[in-house]
Design a protein around this ligand. Structure first.
Ligand code: NAD
Length: 499
């Protein structure tokens, strides 16, 4: 496909969105707006309504009605699957437009956004199959007189709170699975990246999803997000975001004991052994921290390298960083785009200063890049990092990589596990014994061997330790949104209790 030149795509005026309740767009009316500036260009691109708690109540009531009357929860799974398949086709048809809003609000490279949107269509297709594969169990071993069934039922009204780093991808790693299970949804995107969550409402309506099954209420985390977590008529909350807000969700959910799915932060190790294909590993490590400007929950931000090759490998990664194309997210050649918010930009720069102050050796990067507009940071590499430094412990959520050397397999495992997080990890080695030992012993929900950030909807996502609860995607991702009922069936006549 031919793509237009970068600057041509910047809108002359911001697009004003409404929110979405019970199958209809609701205009903001007298409600105030968030005005979003493109982080790569500093130009206003979208205006998003600041909804109220009353708006949330209306959306939850619509989702409740849609769930209880069975318009979605009780139809045959083949019909649910056909809506999801149509949605996939519409996403592909509107891919260019969705990718553009994603880039304008988030600052990610347009080529990356296009690939993500295409992947999202594939997730809907996978979930359509999963809807039909979902099943329970039967127990034929309870004796002649008792027969047992285990059925799965949709959990009910699910609220979805998403972050700003992959607004459409994270949404699509959850929505089709929730719908496949037969649940209804009230979504709240991050206040800085709401456009594509609202566009998905148009996609699903066109695909034939009944009114009330997917609602979007836009607004801040402290008002709409907090009210969602406390809401007494929401059966489950799927939250993706920081561990600190995840902790608040746990506390707020006690009102009605809503089920929680939590996908939280990470400080993910990349373990490189001397026997790895070092050229391939250096490229993978650079990709693992440069992708999405390191604003990625599964970024490989701790580089744990066998001491005998540590210096040589450091130089190889620095050479990769020097060649990475950082720049305008709308340029199809860009590999690393803008930092999504000014606040996140300041957080990353503060960590870079902390790293220097704590005695880490700055190998390369560390600078704010000046392109005349927007906020950009050069991929940054620190050597001589020790486990007690803030850059080794905290999730920076930026293109900052810390190198820590090791001498033995046991030491590599200990360094990798020395974190409160357990989201993801990579190991690079041509020795299968070492690679599998590390894979089995490092506590992380997602593992890559001689690659990183690879994936597809078949494999579940989720964290150990403080990286979260539950799993998204795969058949597990549909089951997560169901609850189990045991059915005990007497064949013939019961033994009387009173004779
Ligand atoms: P965040 O926690 O600040 O915000 C996430 C969402 O929560 C936003 O929609 C926000 O409005 C909302 N929110 C804020 N305060 C709230 C409250 N009191 N109650 C309810 N909702 C509230 O996270 P972020 O800065 O948008 O995203 C970055 C974080 O997300 C990182 O920590 C990253 O690791 C994590 N993340 C995790 C995954 C994963 O799959 N594990 C994926 C992407 C991002």
């Amino acid at each position: 496909m031919d793509h237009q030149p970068a600057n041509f795509l910047l809108p002359s005026d911001p697009r004003t969105f409404g929110f979405f309740v019970d199958g209809k767009v609701v205009e903001a009316g007298s409600r105030p707006y968030f005005e979003r500036q493109s982080p790569g260009h500093g130009v206003a691109v979208t205006r998003i309504p600041k909804c109220t708690k009353d708006d949330l109540d209306l959306a939850v009531a619509a989702a409740r009605r849609a769930f209880e009357d069975g318009r979605w929860s009780r139809i045959p799974s083949v019909e649910r699957a056909s809506v999801l398949l149509r949605a996939a086709q519409i996403i592909r048809r509107r891919a260019e437009e969705i990718a553009l809003w994603e880039t304008l609000e988030n600052g990610k490279p347009i080529s990356q956004a296009r690939a993500e949107v295409d992947g999202c269509a594939g997730i809907f297709e996978y979930a359509a199959g999963a809807a039909r594969a979902l099943h329970g169990d039967a127990f034929n071993n309870l004796g002649d007189r008792l027969f047992g069934l285990v059925t799965r039922e949709p959990i009910g009204v699910v609220s979805l709170i998403t972050p700003w780093n992959f607004p459409f991808l994270i949404l699509c790693e959850r929505v089709p699975f929730i719908l496949a299970a037969g649940c209804t949804i009230v979504a709240k995107p991050s206040e800085v990246t709401s456009a594509t969550t609202l566009i998905l409402a148009e996609v699903l309506a066109e695909a034939g999803l009944p009114a009330g099954c997917y609602n979007v209420v836009t607004g801040s985390g402290s008002t709409i997000g907090q009210a969602m977590t406390e809401h007494m008529d929401i059966d489950m909350l799927s939250f993706t975001g920081s561990t600190s807000v995840g902790r608040r969700c746990v506390q707020a959910a006690t009102g009605n004991f809503k089920k929680l799915g939590l996908e939280l932060g990470g400080k993910n190790p990349q373990i490189v052994f001397a026997d790895a294909d070092l050229e391939d590993a250096a490229d993978g490590v650079a990709f693992g921290i440069g992708f999405n400007t390191g604003q990625c929950c599964v970024s490989g931000s701790r580089l744990i390298v066998e001491r005998s090759v540590a210096r040589a490998f450091e130089e190889m990664v620095a050479a990769k960083f020097a060649k990475v194309k950082v720049g305008d997210p709308l340029d199809p050649a860009t590999q690393v785009g803008a930092i999504t918010t000014a606040a996140q930009n300041d957080t990353i720069m503060t960590y870079i200063e902390k790293g220097k102050a704590e005695g880490a050796r700055l190998v390369c990067g560390g600078d704010q890049l000046d392109f005349g507009r927007g906020h950009y940071i050069a991929p940054t590499l620190f050597g001589d990092v020790t486990g007690d430094m803030a850059i080794a412990r905290d999730e920076i959520f930026g293109p900052v990589l810390s190198i820590m050397p090791f001498d033995t397999v046991e030491e590599a495992i200990a360094i990798a596990n020395d974190t409160v997080y357990g989201l993801a990890a990579s190991v690079w080695s041509k020795n299968i014994d070492k690679a599998l030992t590390v894979t089995r012993r490092v506590r992380a929900g997602r593992f890559w061997v001689n690659t990183t950030l690879a994936g597809g909807p078949e494999l579940p996502l989720g964290g150990f330790k403080q990286s979260g609860w539950g799993r998204e995607a795969g058949i597990y991702g549909v089951e997560e949104y169901t609850q189990i009922k045991s059915v005990h069936i007497e064949l013939g006549k019961r033994e009387p209790w009173v004779s």
